[in-house]
Structures are given as structure tokens and as C-alpha cells.
Ligand binder design. Structure first.
Ligand code: PRP
Length: 178
């Protein structure tokens, strides 16, 4: 039997919030000019695609991917490893990192450190979702879509065992059912 999916944030609400975030980002970058959006794969692909379509600020698109060692075998549960880097140098450029979700904060914190060392003109962060109850690392989020409770969320780019990323809305899945 397929697991029960309970809508957490509807397609309409997501679209509304994405449009608001784009207005904020455009407003903040009116004077700085060109941006580089860096999507963190895989989860951010849908959010980035919708956000990019809403932005009027000229921007390039890059992707980066990391893998977390967040398993029992790891000595450091927050350890993150870079598995795909951006294709172009970001030195001197205005960068906006785009995430689907900030959970413990380890991934974003690692990426901020990594990219800051490349001396961008500015570096800001944007995430659609954040789970405040799960936070382990303090990391600045410049643009936030929604704070959500500590539940397993799928859809709109987020997966459970690599499935459900294609749902156009965000849903809670019961991990006991899958
Ligand atoms: C998720 C999400 C973030 C990260 C957040 O990625 O996309 O990158 O976890 O977790 P953290 O704040 O605890 O570090 P995931 O590892 O599920 O990979 P995916 O994006 O490919 O699904």
C-alpha cells in the first residue's frame, strides 16, 4: 500500500512565497547587478527553477553537490564532503546559495565556509524550508521560505529514498509506512 502523504504546504502557498522571496532578492540586489545562484543538489532543483523564473536580477546558474557522512559509521556526524563543484570561479561575484531545507545546519555551514574562501563580492543564503527544532549549527539565512516542524517532508525537490521529489507540493510522509 502506498504511504499516506499529508499536505504540509500547498502548491499555491509555495508559489506565493517564492514570488515574495524573489521580490526581496531583487530589491536587495538592485544596485549590485549580476548574481550567481548556486543550487545545492539535488533537493533544490525545483525551488531554484521557480525562483529563477521569478527573479528580474540578471543571474547565472550553478550547481553544487555535497554528501553528508551523517551515519553511525562516521566519527563526526556533521561531516560534509563536496562531490560536485561549481563550473566557474565565483571570486568577485555576488553569490546566492539556494537550498531546499536547512535541518541541522551542517551542510549550509560547510558550504558557506567553502565558498567564502573563494572571495565572492558577497555571499547570501536562501532556503525554502528550515527546521528550527533540529538546528545544531548557527548559520545565517538571508532569505527563508518557511519554518516547519520536525517531520519528514517530501515533494518539491525533497525525497524519501530518492522518490517523491516530483510532487508539486510539500507533504509529510509517515516513515513507519514506507
Ligand atoms: C538535504 C538538504 C540539505 C541538507 C540539509 O540534502 O537538501 O542539503 O540535507 O541537512 P543539514 O542541515 O542537516 O545539513 P540530502 O542529504 O537529503 O540530499 P539531497 O538534496 O540530494 O536530497
Amino acid at each position: 500500500m502506498p504511504p499516506t502523504l499529508t499536505t504540509l504546504i500547498s502548491e499555491e502557498l509555495i508559489a506565493e512565497r517564492v514570488a515574495e522571496l524573489a521580490v526581496e532578492i531583487d530589491r536587495d540586489h538592485g544596485d549590485t547587478g549580476e548574481l550567481v545562484l548556486i543550487g545545492v543538489l539535488k533537493g533544490s532543483f525545483m525551488f531554484l527553477a521557480d525562483l529563477a523564473r521569478r527573479l528580474t536580477t540578471p543571474h547565472r546558474v550553478e550547481f553544487i553537490a555535497v554528501s553528508s557522512y551523517g551515519d553511525r559509521e562516521s566519527e563526526d556526524p556533521g561531516a560534509v564532503r563536496l562531490i560536485l563543484d561549481v563550473r566557474h570561479d565565483i571570486g568577485g561575484r555576488h553569490v546566492l546559495m539556494v537550498e531546499d531545507i536547512v535541518d541541522t545546519g551542517h551542510t549550509l555551514s560547510y558550504l558557506v565556509r567553502l565558498l567564502k574562501a573563494r572571495l565572492p563580492a558577497s555571499l547570501k543564503t536562501c532556503t525554502l524550508l528550515r527546521k528550527p527544532d533540529r538546528s545544531q549549527v548557527d548559520v545565517a539565512i538571508d532569505y527563508l521560505g518557511f519554518d516547519i516542524p520536525d517531520v519528514w517532508v517530501v515533494g518539491y525537490g525533497l525525497d524519501y529514498n530518492q522518490l517523491y521529489r516530483n510532487l508539486p507540493y510539500l507533504a509529510v510522509i509517515d516513515p513507519d509506512q514506507v
